[in-house]
Ligand binder design. Sequence first.
Ligand SMILES: NC(=O)c1ccc[n+]([C@@H]2O[C@H](COP(=O)([O-])OP(=O)(O)OC[C@H]3O[C@@H](n4cnc5c(N)ncnc54)[C@H](OP(=O)(O)O)[C@@H]3O)[C@@H](O)[C@H]2O)c1
Length: 118
Amino acid sequence: MFETNVFGVVMVTEALLPLLRRSAAGRIVNVSSGVGSLGNMTDPGHYMSKLPAAAAYPTTKTALNSLTVQYAKALAADGILVNAVAPGACATDFTRRLSLPATRTAAQGAEIAVRLAR
Ligand SMILES: NC(=O)c1ccc[n+]([C@@H]2O[C@H](COP(=O)([O-])OP(=O)(O)OC[C@H]3O[C@@H](n4cnc5c(N)ncnc54)[C@H](OP(=O)(O)O)[C@@H]3O)[C@@H](O)[C@H]2O)c1
C-alpha cells in the first residue's frame, strides 16, 4: 500500500516537476483520506476514532499528508501550490469491495480536488 499511496506519489510528482515548473499556475492535489488525520483518529468524539485499527491504509495516508506538507514547503518558491484532499466516503470499487457505507458519488468526491486544482 505504501508503494501506491506514498512512493508512487513521489515518483509521479518527480516525473511531472519539470512541466509544473514551466507552468504559470502549477498545482498538485494529492488524494488523501480523513483516516490519515491523526486528529480524527485520536479524537474520542470523532467517528473515525471508533474504526477498527488498521496498520496499512490509514498510515499510508498519514505519510501522504506529511509528504504533501514537505512538497508544499519545497515548491512554494516556484509558485507551485501543493494540497491534499479527503473526498469523503464515496461509492467506488474500493468501498464496494469493503462493503463500507458510502453515500457520496465519485463526482462529489472529486469536487474538492478539482476546486484546488483550479
Ligand atoms: N472511496 C472513498 O470513500 C475514499 C475515501 C477517502 C479517500 N479515497 C481515496 O481516493 C482515491 C481513489 O479511491 P477510489 O475509492 O476511487 O478507489 P478505486 O475505486 O479502487 O479506484 C482506485 C484507482 O486506482 C488505480 N490503482 C490502484 N493501484 C494502482 C497502482 N499501483 N498504480 C496505478 N493505479 C492504481 C485503480 O486502477 P484500476 O482500475 O486499473 O485497478 C483505480 O483506477 C484513493 O487514493 C483512495 O485512497 C477514497
